[in-house]
Write a protein that binds this ligand. Structure first.
Ligand SMILES: [Zn+2]
Length: 412
């Protein structure tokens, strides 16, 4: 199987793209909110997995976007192992990522708490993901790529200050327009070298895909998923649009945790509105990218980062049991770098990596190759709030992560 996919030794930059449907066929438990126990009750929009496989000089880099929350509970390891062995990839050559929609199945392969439908789904999913990567690798042809950057107001800092009943300042999950966010929409355009035909438009944007909340039981890709679908429909021609969640540990969509897709009296459902707004920016940025080149190299590197950890109490230990070690994966295709963070980092950390990166363009991707939990900024520990409370790490983690990412980037 894998033997028919030899890495090519020639110098032309090549890429292949593929997409596959991963919408659950049976009701499943949806990921992201512990309070939501029942099974899903229908599908608003389909879930997909989208792969872009680059290769040059015998090296490969596979960016795999899935319309899922990410890969918690040890599922990243199992899914990655299947893809790596079947497609003969090096560990650093695969970015297995989730867009972090909270309206998609909880990936689960074992455990008494996992619903049998979710286990069946995840086994099926694993095979689909192996197949979509194999297809993308098998379709590799010479390409030209170009990078562009836009801006979108869809995401907003969610750490809202308030005074508790004792008059003490606290932070709750809400909307804080005064705090920092990262509005950058990062777009990579991939066109076939022969006829210039557009093959893929990849984008990264920093927001949680949580416009739908724990009361929603309808499957959806939420903001990122609806943006992908909009761009693919608008551009047509089989263009594939893999989305990635940027550094969005402290960013939510402008409208958040809604109970449903509201349509009464001409109301446009907020996930559709926000997804379309983001998608239109992706299209505008992609259309404006004129300079495309075919330069490599393709490189990648990966390490487990030993971030300084808190001493956890019993409840925190239980909550953290779904998390993995923090994996840091970096890659480059020509002068575009990719930083895959295996957790959810605050937007300030993503910005710091982009600023310190030795590359002209550095795409930040979270929920990549594992789920290591929240990495807040050092300053945010003084203010507290949900992410600080649930993070397994100490305040020094953010700075160490930025340093490690930049060090790995310099080595590419
Ligand atoms: Zn999250």
């Amino acid at each position: 199987m894998a033997a028919d996919l030899p890495a090519r030794g020639d110098d032309a930059l090549r890429a292949g793209v593929a997409v596959t449907d991963i919408t659950p066929k049976k009701p499943v438990t949806l990921a992201g909110y512990g309070s939501r126990k029942d099974l899903s009750q229908g599908v608003h929009d389909p879930l997909s997995a989208r792969a872009v496989a680059f290769e040059q000089g015998g090296k490969r880099l596979v960016l795999l976007s899935t319309d899922l929350i990410g890969f918690y509970k040890g599922t990243a390891e199992v899914v990655r192992k299947a893809i790596l062995s079947e497609c003969r990839l090096q560990p650093s050559e695969l970015f297995l990522c989730g867009i972090h929609t909270h309206s998609a199945p909880t990936p689960a392969l074992a455990g008494s708490e996992a619903h049998p439908n979710n286990i069946e789904y995840t086994e099926w999913l694993t095979r689909r993901l192996v197949e979509v990567v194999r297809e993308a690798l098998g379709r590799a042809t010479p390409v030209r790529i170009g990078f562009g950057s836009g801006s979108s107001p869809v995401g907003i800092n969610r750490r809202q200050p308030f005074l508790d009943k004792d008059g003490k300042p606290q932070i709750k999950l809400g909307r804080n327009p005064n705090a920092m966010t990262d509005r950058e929409v990062q777009v990579l355009k991939i066109a076939r070298a022969d006829k210039g035909e557009l093959a893929a438009v990849l984008f990264a944007y920093a927001t949680h895909s949580t416009s739908l909340g724990p009361k929603n039981y309808i499957v959806s890709g939420d903001v990122h998923g609806l943006a992908e679908q909009f761009v693919e429909k608008h551009l047509g021609g089989g263009v594939v649009t893999p989305a990635f969640a940027g550094a969005s540990g402290d960013i939510d969509p402008w409208c958040r945790v809604l109970p449903e897709f509201k349509t009464a009296n001409g109301w446009i459902p907020e996930p559709v509105l926000l997804g379309t707004l983001l998608g239109e920016e992706v299209v505008d940025v992609a259309n404006a990218i004129q300079k495309l080149d075919a330069n490599g190299p393709v490189r990648s590197a990966m390490k487990v980062v030993d971030l300084p950890r808190k001493t956890l109490d019993e409840a925190q230990t239980k909550a953290a049991s779904i998390l993995s070690a923090f994996h840091l994966t970096v890659g480059r295709v020509g002068d575009v770098a990719f930083v895959g963070l295996g957790g959810e980092v605050f937007n300030e950390i993503g910005r710091a990596i982009k600023t310190a990166s030795p590359f002209p363009h550095t795409v930040i991707i979270t929920h990549c190759n594992g789920a290591g939990g929240y990495v807040p900024t050092k300053q945010s520990y003084d203010d507290g709030g949900y992410e600080v409370k649930t993070s397994p790490y100490l305040p020094a983690a953010a700075e160490q992560l930025v340093q490690e990412a930049v060090r790995l980037l310099r080595g590419l």
